[in-house]
Design a protein around this ligand. Structure first.
Ligand code: ADP
Ligand code: MG
Length: 356
């Protein structure tokens, strides 16, 4: 196992720079997820770490060894892709043993490692099958097994679950997380799916357009997003945004005709005039008084455990609320909504940055 360190890494294709000086430290044994919209540079960064892409400038170290000029096969890492690329003519056992054979590992050692991996992955009943006779999830496990037997310093995953159906994805993400808890190998996992990132990561790295927007634990990012991009990207259903004006005389944020909120901290920085107020769906409540943001019920979606309601404000802003208690609301009805917590998120409307 090993730490992975990326310092000021850049990548250009011709004159087009797609990774703009990224810094990232992954601790030994950590599970880090790179997440961001399609095209933001997740795969490129992962491939730079793997050595499958050259880096234009900067430094990459694995286990404190500078690997800029080390070939991928000598970096001692294992990649797991979404198209698991198993050999169709080989059995499960042979697929897992193959990389060891290629590296000249002794047969007894191959047997030991393949058996151990098959046991960990629940593949013992399938060792003599060919990939075409396996389910998608089983194939994914064989691909993982092929990576595990090499005892790499780190695993690099590029959207390994995106070919699977929804139910299997949920199951496999739990399996991968459990596997990581058991074997503890440093892992860097790429996905565009923020739920996958939230549920699997020790730390999440949110990327946009070739830069890192924020790094933190899942709940850090959820509770303290540094800007509107991260706030909107993390969380499902998404955070609500309301435009408000800072009232300098009363020192409050005006959100509706008869509704304003206080800035959460006593030490108020200089406030911009235009503010975006972010409030999570579970932090909206129906006002018990006449005070609040007037909102008309558009759609009511009960799921049993919770009820999700889409509202429209008078200026046609969509607001989503999640109620854990049973509520009785009908489309067309108008209520007043208030934040159920003392603080929401305050962002500068001009820059999108969080106001602290
Ligand atoms: N071989 C390449 N040549 C030119 N541009 C590329 C190449 N590979 C990736 N890119 C560009 O780099 C950017 C990042 O791509 P990628 O890392 O695949 O994004 P992601 O994995 O986050 O979806 C995209 O704009 C993509 O078009
Ligand atoms: Mg990609």
């Amino acid at each position: 196992m090993a730490s992975v360190e990326v310092v000021e890494a850049k990548k250009s294709y011709g004159s087009l720079e797609v990774i703009h000086g990224v810094n990232l430290n992954v601790a030994d044994g950590e599970f880090v997820v790179l997440v961001g919209p399609s095209g933001c540079g997740k795969s490129t960064l992962l491939r730079m770490i793997a050595g499958l892409e050259s880096i234009t400038s900067g430094e990459i170290s694995i286990g404190e060894r500078l690997v800029n000029d080390v070939l991928p096969k000598d970096r001692d890492i294992a990649m797991v892709f979404q198209n698991y690329a198993l050999y169709p003519h080989m059995t499960v056992w042979e697929n897992m043993a193959f990389p060891l054979k290629m590296n000249g590992v002794a047969q007894t050692e191959i047997d030991r490692r393949v058996s151990a991996a098959a046991e960990v992955l629940g593949l013992l009943p399938y060792l003599n099958r060919h990939p075409r006779h396996l389910s998608g999830g089983q194939r994914q496990r064989v691909a993982m097994g092929r990576a595990i037997v090499r005892r790499p310093k780190a695993f690099l995953f590029d959207e390994p679950l995106s070919n699977l159906d929804a139910k299997l994805r949920v199951q496999m993400r739990t399996e991968i997380k459990e596997l990581h808890q058991r074997i503890g190998t440093t892992s860097i996992y790429v996905t565009h799916d923020q739920v996958e990132a939230m549920t699997m990561a020790d730390r999440i790295v949110v990327m946009r357009d070739g830069i890192i927007e924020q790094v933190g634990s899942p709940l850090d990012l959820y509770d303290h997003p540094v800007n509107t991009f991260v706030a909107a990207f993390i969380g499902s259903p998404s955070i609500n945004f309301l435009s408000g004006k800072w009232d300098r005389i009363n020192q409050k944020l005006k959100l509706a005709e008869h509704f304003d909120v206080d800035f959460p901290a006593t030490d108020r920085p200089s406030m911009p005039d235009e503010i975006v107020y972010g409030i999570r769906p579970e932090h909206l409540a129906i006002s018990a008084t006449e005070e609040g943001i007037p909102a008309q019920v558009a759609v009511v979606e009960p799921t049993g455990a919770q009820t999700q309601v889409l509202f429209k404000t008078t200026n046609k802003t969509d607001l989503t609320a999640i109620f854990s208690e049973r509520i009785n609301l009908n489309p067309g009805e108008t209520v007043k909504l208030v934040p159920s917590i003392t603080t929401g998120h305050f962002f500068d409307a001009g820059t999108g940055a969080r106001i602290l």
